[in-house]
Design a protein. Sequence first.
Length: 87
Amino acid sequence: MINFHIEGYRDFKSYYKRHVCNVLKWAFPRLVSYNRFVELEKNVMVSLVSFLYSMRGTETGIYFVDPTDLEVCHIKRAKVNTSQNIN
């Protein structure tokens, strides 16, 4: 479930058919069909939420979410644009 969001597929069926069944086939020796997977998916939710809850950091009370894209320089100019050059 986490890998689906990391890989950037637009829909889960494409991700399952193209990525899981081909690229990740080695990780799932008893791979089920897509329809069966969707049926089993609800059983994973409690474990997934528990895992994500256990991975949280120290609570500070201040949280920010900013989806704004950051412009970066070309890799050839990376050494010129360091934090030392910022006043």
